[in-house]
Ligand binder design. Structure first.
Ligand code: C2O
Length: 549
């Protein structure tokens, strides 16, 4: 592999959308941020310098970070944030991954403006296990807020209510023609007839799973979360925040006498504090002759049909079609035996309101979210640093509950007491523990799909279902042959998902819902994987420029 250097300057930039101009935090003044392009096996050195008044830290979402946990990025988990005027070099090597991932700020709600693609090409001389694309195009979904997202979330956490939703979805930063005052801010994908395009999708939106479709065109899914899957065709893809997917688009064999819209809008169940609007972009065939440019403007425009907002059966069918390639060249190394079984509930609950305050959550409480009924409290120093220096007392507890602390029928009627516990607790694992984890949605304040993201690992999705997980029946149907391998999985609304992973990466690894509002409410925890015995099974020592709190 090669070593590639990048400079990320965190600075303010004025950006206008929907007739609102605002000064926002960006990387190098770009929105969305710059692309990182590398090959499998390359080493990346990314020097991040903070020129703004906010603290910052950057996460390389989906990168395995083998033994390089210091470069993972979640603030107060693996590092203290980079303070104003300071720099930090993220240093890591891409091992055994190729596809599309992304980077984003991992502190407060700054990822609303600080994000960009990571494009990992196969090794030199290696080819894709599918037709060679004519062109590759990143397509990043995001959200545009007219207001400052930092103010929105801090206000919501103070009052205990739900935050204001965004004002638009975006494709590569553009809201598109269906919003007011936005026609000029439309993403256009210009294509030639009879070619194959590789679309590299990233959902960097804060709070919304999205359906996406292009009118009159079929998409072939070939990879998710930088892992090849058995290719399948679909009119619509579903992509949750934190997920990525490579998709082939075969253009029409001849120059068509039409222009085509592409659209994305949410898949949502549950409480309904989301933006229910549609972002559109244009698929435009480049005219075969220059002089036809004029007549092209009059071409009819075709619109795609997206599934209804709460179409859980589409979501289920789509996810059931995802299977890893499981070929000789790209095997699915599913852990066969399990050392540790865990059952975690994920869902919403409440926290009491402080005295003399009026809170806007359910029944005058504050919204809270939890895993096994523990709402995670962010520490004031980084967990990885305190673990490495042996000073964990007062920072975190190593006793994350192995079962939910409250027992009830998870998908039945809500209990009377919706209060959650609070704490900074981690689950400790010995090196190379083979883990099976059931994630069960609790419909305590309403069933909802939660895209759970695990740092530091890929996992295999061996099973999923609706209602309460049944440990006697459900494991009989687990797929241990070709389950999809990924880093972010939607826990079905009112259901459960079973994942397996091998804890072969020492460090502290965050796991959280990638709906940013749920993370803010506490739907997060961390795994602490201890060093192995051999020298190459240990976390590398911290770099000298690691930020201090
Ligand atoms: Cu993409 Cu912890 O996040």
């Amino acid at each position: 592999g090669k070593t590639r250097h990048y400079e990320f300057n965190i600075k303010l930039q004025n950006v206008s959308r929907l007739c609102h101009t605002k000064s926002m935090v960006t990387v190098n003044g770009l929105f969305p941020g710059p692309r990182i392009v590398a090959r499998e096996g390359d080493r990346l050195l990314i020097n991040v310098t903070n020129h703004v008044s906010n603290n910052i830290s950057i996460h390389w979402h989906g990168i395995r970070q083998l033994r390089s946990g210091w470069a993972d990025g979640p603030a107060y988990i693996t590092q203290c944030p980079i303070q104003t005027g300071q720099s930090y070099v993220y240093n890591y090597t891409i091992v055994g991954q190729r596809g599309t991932l992304f980077w984003h700020a991992h502190i407060s709600w700054l990822r609303s403006t600080v994000y960009g693609p990571i494009i990992i090409l196969p090794k030199r001389n290696a080819s894709y296990p599918f037709a060679k694309p004519y062109k590759e195009v990143p397509i990043i979904f995001g959200e545009w807020f007219n207001a400052d997202p930092e103010a929105i979330i801090s206000q919501a956490l103070q009052t205990g209510g739900g935050p204001n939703v965004s004002d638009a979805y975006t494709i590569n930063g553009f809201p598109g023609p269906l919003y007011n005052c936005s026609a000029n801010d439309t993403f256009k994908l210009k294509v030639k007839p009879g070619k194959i395009y590789l679309l590299r999708f990233i959902n960097a939106a804060l709070n919304d799973e999205l359906f996406f479709s292009i009118a009159n065109h079929t998409l072939t899914v070939v990879d998710v979360d930088a892992i090849y899957v058995k290719p399948f065709e679909t009119d619509t893809i579903l992509i949750a925040p934190g997920q990525t997917s490579n998709v082939l688009l075969k253009t029409k064999p001849h120059f068509p006498s039409a222009t085509f819209l592409m659209e994305a809008r949410p898949y949502a169940t549950g409480l309904g504090t989301f933006d229910n609007s549609t972002v559109a972009g244009i698929l435009e065939y480049e005219p075969p002759f220059l002089h036809s440019t004029v007549s092209m403007k009059k071409l009819p425009l075709f619109k795609p049909t997206l599934p209804p907002l709460n179409d859980t059966s589409f979501a289920t069918n789509f996810t059931n079609r995802l299977h890893s390639l499981a070929s000789a060249q790209f095997p699915a190394n599913v852990p066969r035996k399990v050392d540790k079984h865990f059952f975690f509930t994920v869902g919403l609950g409440t926290n009491p309101c402080q005295q003399n305050q009026t809170c806007q959550g359910p029944n005058g409480t504050k919204f809270a979210a939890s895993i096994n009924n523990i709402s995670f409290i962010q520490p004031t120093t980084a967990l990885l640093q305190s673990h490495f220096s042996g000073q964990s007392t007062g920072v975190y507890s190593p006793y994350f509950p192995i079962n939910p602390t409250h027992w009830f029928n998870y998908t039945g009627n809500p209990p009377n007491n919706t209060m959650v516990g609070n704490g900074t607790k981690v689950m400790v694992l010995k090196f190379n523990t083979s883990v099976e984890l059931i994630l069960q949605d609790t419909s305590i304040l309403g069933a909802e799909s939660h895209p759970l993201h695990l740092h530091g690992f890929n996992f295999f999705v061996v099973g999923q279902g609706f209602g309460n997980y049944d440990p006697n029946k459900d494991p009989k149907n687990f797929n241990l042959v070709d389950p999809v391998e990924r880093n972010t999985v939607g826990v079905p609304s009112g259901g459960w998902v079973a994942i397996r992973f091998l804890a072969d990466n020492p460090g502290v690894w965050f796991m959280h819902c990638h709906l940013e509002v749920h993370t803010s409410w506490g739907l997060k925890m961390a795994w602490l994987v201890l060093d192995g015995k051999l020298p190459n099974q240990k976390l590398l020592p911290p770099p000298a420029d690691l930020p201090k709190c």
